[in-house]
Design a protein around this ligand. Structure first.
Ligand code: SF4
Ligand code: F3S
Length: 78
């Protein structure tokens, strides 16, 4: 799945939401989150983010990935 990393925090441009064909991008308090099972890996959201927050999961820069993984899991658990 694609994931949204730390650059989205407190930016929340929301351009990605409009591109997603399956509406799997959800809004949290400080950032947006992609549902890992609903995402169909189309890649449409990646180029539209003005702060380059969106990456395919394996390509997420390490310094953004760990924190993101924790907040993403917490978001969908809650
Ligand atoms: Fe939605 Fe496609 Fe982005 Fe996944 S990769 S969140 S399906 S736009
Ligand atoms: Fe965030 Fe970029 Fe979407 S800032 S809301 S991931 S367009």
């Amino acid at each position: 799945a694609y994931v949204i990393g730390l650059p989205c925090v407190d930016v929340k441009d929301r351009s990605c939401i409009e591109e997603c064909p399956v509406d799997c991008i959800y809004e949290g308090r400080r950032a947006l989150y992609i549902h890992p099972e609903e995402c169909v890996d189309c890649g449409a959201c990646e180029p539209v983010c003005p702060v380059d927050a969106i990456y395919f999961e394996d390509d997420m820069p390490e310094e953004w990935g760990a924190d993101h993984a924790a907040s993403n899991a917490a978001f969908f658990d809650g």
